[in-house]
Design a protein around this ligand. Structure first.
Ligand SMILES: [Zn+2]
Length: 364
């Protein structure tokens, strides 16, 4: 028995050891299984996250990140001499800049001096609408063919004005439509000009700035434009895009005649701007001519006055000389006469004196 028992005991021990090993192995297997499961779950979670990141933005599109503006008055550091003067408030009105004919090279100058400036987009773009025709859009999109396909650029045309005699226009292109609009606005601010207004209508006859003083012409490409002053109440008898420009310039009544391909809206707008710009140029030319004429007249009078003064001085000198000569002559004559008189007196005086004495004596 003891042998058996020993053998049995050994066997039992081996069996127990084997069982233990098996249990351990199963445990390890279980552990591995658990780890694998966790991994799989993690992958599933990751997949879910990936799906979420893909799907969620489509649901919540409208949140656009706020991009800081390229040009803002608060963070403006002036570069040009004119900009520094405006920044230090040495110049406080835009009229002085425009009257002096200075060129504005920083758009913040206009932002600073004209705080109530407004901008408007001219609809230069177009896409084919339903049922034919063109649907107008604010930005013109052009394409260039490349190896990899089409490359797009956007063009924008912006008008700025303060609705009180200031107007500017600008055109720019960029990849993003937003950038092109921004650039065009800055260009328009730098191209700002003064518009002379008035009332040139014989039917109205007031002196208010509701129309223009006289008719003008403008030109760009094939488009020619004729602007005519109109009486109060007529309104802006123009197309939609030109109306935007005239409203920003501060004109309320106007007639317009157009010739050429006026569906080219950039050319139409540029021609209108050209015509409006000429009003102030005419005024400045007229003022300069007047100044020249006045200067000429003043110059002539000055020269004449100088000549006259010299002549007068000569005359006075001559007269004085003549007077002196006359006086001398008179003096000589007087002397001569006195001498003669004295001689005569000497001859007659004695006789006279005697006779007087005689007469006196007779009386006494
Ligand atoms: Zn009037």
């Amino acid at each position: 028995m003891p042998r058996k028992s020993k053998k049995d005991a050994g066997k039992v021990a081996e069996k127990i050891a084997e069982e233990n090993k098996k249990v351990e192995e199963t445990k390890v297997e279980e552990k591995i299984n658990v780890e694998e499961k966790e991994k799989v779950e993690e992958i599933k979670v990751e997949e879910k996250v990936v799906l979420a990141t893909v799907i969620e933005p489509q649901k919540i599109i409208p949140k656009v990140p706020e991009i800081p503006e390229m040009f803002s008055v608060e963070r403006w550091k002036p570069i040009t001499a004119l900009g520094k003067k405006v920044f230090s408030r040495e110049i406080t009105s835009i009229d002085s800049i425009l009257d002096a004919g200075m060129k504005i090279t920083e758009p913040e100058i206009v932002d600073k001096l004209v705080p109530n400036i407004k901008s408007e987009l001219i609809l230069i773009g177009g896409r084919k609408g339903k049922g034919g025709g063109i649907q107008r859009i604010p930005v013109r999109i052009t394409a260039v063919m490349h190896k990899s396909g089409r490359r797009f650029t956007t063009n924008a045309f912006v008008v700025v004005g303060n609705e009180n005699g200031l107007l500017g226009m600008g055109k720019a292109s960029a990849v993003e439509s937003r950038d092109s609009i921004e650039k065009a606005t800055q260009k328009a601010k730098m191209n700002i000009v003064k518009i002379m207004r008035g009332c040139g209508s014989w039917q109205c006859g007031c002196d208010e700035n509701h129309s223009i003083k006289y008719k003008t012409y403008g030109k760009c490409g094939s488009v020619r434009v004729e602007l005519l002053p109109a009486p109060k109440g007529v309104g802006l008898a123009t197309d939609v895009e030109t109306r935007k420009i005239l409203r920003l310039a501060g004109i309320k009544d106007m007639w317009i005649k157009t010739y050429g391909n006026t569906s080219a809206r950039i050319n139409l707008a540029s021609a209108t701007f050209d015509a409006l710009k000429k009003l102030y140029i005419y005024e400045r030319q007229a003022a300069a001519e007047e100044v020249e004429q006045v200067a000429d007249v003043e110059g002539e009078t000055v020269v004449e006055a100088k000549v006259e003064e010299e002549q007068e001085a000569k005359k006075i000198l001559e007269e004085a000389k003549k007077e002196v000569e006359d006086v001398e002559k008179e003096a000589e004559e007087d002397e001569a006469a006195e001498e003669e008189l004295e001689k005569e007196g000497e001859a007659e005086g004695l006789v006279g004196a005697e006779s007087e004495v005689e007469t006196k004596g007779e009386v006494e």
